[in-house]
Design a protein around this ligand. Sequence first.
Ligand code: SAM
Length: 265
Amino acid sequence: MFDSFNREINYLRISVTDRCNLHCNYCMCGNEVNFIKVDHILSFEEIYAFTLKAVEFGVTKVRITGGEPLVRKNIVQLVSMLASIKGIKDLAMTTNGILLSDVALPLKKAGLKRLNVSLDSTDPEKYRQITCGGNVSKVLQGLEEAKKVGFSPIKINCVIKESPDETDAKGVTAYCNDNAFAIRYIRQMNIKEGKFWPVIGGDGGKCGSCSRLRLSSDGKLYPCLFSDKVFSIKELGIERAIMEAIKHKPKAGDRAGNEFHTLGG
Ligand code: SAM
């Protein structure tokens, strides 16, 4: 399906929870003041039904994100439900990797194809500071396990202030080179001011070729992270929400992404 600017819309990002087990100092995930009420969170069946319809509309790539997707109970079951949908060529997940070591194999067996793991520093103290208490060795264990069970490629998302030459980013780059992981540098966005940049080594942040729709964990469909346009699948129904989101996808993001914390970046 093409939008009004002739961009093919084939990529769906699904936020399965707004909860997170880390509190990165630049990120609004896990901001408890704004937590979505538990009974508003989409069930697996609702996510499945939505995705099935989105695939009919031309989606071929699906990414599971959050909050932190691995804190959602029985996430492996959702992965296997989505993996069963014919027409999805690429099923991926973005995770902070803290809980990855125990579920890497079940995720692989359930049909997850690709993993992106967020890692801004390999230095334990620095990681603890950035994430507000996170233990980097858990992430490294998770990555080791993911590699062992055969995820390939594994991509690392590394948030930088300005440049990949910063000390923390250089450490992560060296670690990626040693382990044959790909790395994408995401320049820290200013959510409130709607400031964002193209991802270095990835395709996020490029409005002219944006192919994405984003589903929040409470069933809101966003055509753009940096726009206040939103279409509720509960109020409009799945089909109409998809059609409206594609029709109203803006040419470019231009304002604060108020719901960033529920959408997984
Ligand atoms: N919890 C998962 C994780 O850590 O990968 C998925 C959600 S997280 C919001 C997705 C990505 O967004 C992470 O790589 C995170 O570093 C990035 N992110 C969050 N806030 C950001 C910001 N202000 N600027 C740039 N990237 C940001």
